[in-house]
Design a protein around this ligand. Structure first.
Ligand code: ATP
Ligand code: BTN
Length: 249
């Protein structure tokens, strides 16, 4: 009925009018589900961002999670956020919108957040049980007034509403394409494309952690998903996805 043309992503789609959080539900059912299963909801009552931040999820947006079970080494897991960001940026391009990727997990348009990605999972050092990739894309939803400085929707960029189901279908197809490349070990291509769309490479940035702040120029991204920063004295430092925030200086 949705006519989704994919191999893995969206083999099964669970649609709900309302849910607490698609990521929470996906984590609950992941052990029993085959990979590629999608949970998508019109409204999330308790959508979450990183660090347990609130993700505003009213009707009109695309709030979804995908369950993956890749048979890869742990070092490759962070690149799944890159895979998702690439799929989002390519989907935006289909609708005439130029998105930029902000390490580690945001997609920006005009420096405002149009999409956030939340990757969670269960893994041990030698195997991956499952990964849940949560994608929140502002499509036709209203952005709350207090977020207007930092958030934007596709509708606000274009000046008109876009068919949500078309955005969903497009995103699943792009995700499928990039996930198949990922499973095929095309990591170098993923990193290269990610860099091409990056909002941070070549920019002076501030990395804010709990106890320290690092200022430098973002120069590259590593195979393990870490961001490489050149400090003022020329030393290179790797910043790992975790409890750090990136700010533009
Ligand atoms: P960081 O740089 O640490 O990732 P962040 O501000 O991007 O910081 P996240 O945890 O990634 O924070 O994302 C959650 C933040 O996103 C919230 O603090 C809120 O400001 C913002 N937010 C919440 N709902 C939306 C939405 N629908 N669209 C855009 N931004 C949102
Ligand atoms: C972030 O920017 O911190 C990530 C935001 C992720 C939001 C999506 S919406 C679908 C999925 N369910 C959630 O509760 N969060 C993610």
């Amino acid at each position: 009925m949705l006519d989704i043309n994919t191999e893995i992503i969206g083999r099964k789609v669970i649609y709900l009018q309302e849910v607490e959080s698609t990521n929470e539900l996906a984590k609950k059912i992941a052990p029993q589900e085959e990979e590629g299963t999608i949970i998508v909801a019109d409204i999330q009552r308790r959508g979450r961002g990183r660090k347990l931040r609130k993700w505003i999820s009213p009707k009109g947006g695309l709030w979804m999670s995908v369950i993956l079970k890749p048979n890869v080494h742990l070092v490759h897991i962070t690149k799944l956020v890159f895979v998702s960001a690439l799929a989002v940026v390519e989907t935006l391009a289909e609708f005439g919108i130029e998105g930029k990727i902000k390490w580690p997990n945001d997609v920006l348009v005009n420096r405002k957040k149009i999409c956030g990605i939340l990757s969670e999972g269960k893994y041990s050092t030698d195997s991956v049980e499952y990964v849940v990739l949560g994608i929140g894309l502002n499509v036709n939803n209203e952005i709350p007034v207090d977020l207007l400085d930092v958030a934007i929707s596709m509708k606000d960029v274009l000046g008109f509403r876009v068919p949500l189901v078309e955005v969903f279908r497009n995103l699943l197809e792009k995700l499928d394409k990039w996930y198949l490349r990922y499973l095929d070990g095309q990591y170098a291509l993923i990193l290269e494309e990610w860099k091409a769309y990056s909002a941070v490479i070549g920019k002076e940035v501030r990395i804010v952690g709990d106890n320290e702040e690092i200022i430098g120029t973002a120069v590259d991204v590593s195979d393990d998903g870490s961001l490489i920063i050149a400090l003022k004295d020329g030393t290179l430092k790797k910043i790992y996805y975790g409890d750090v925030s990136l700010r533009f200086s």
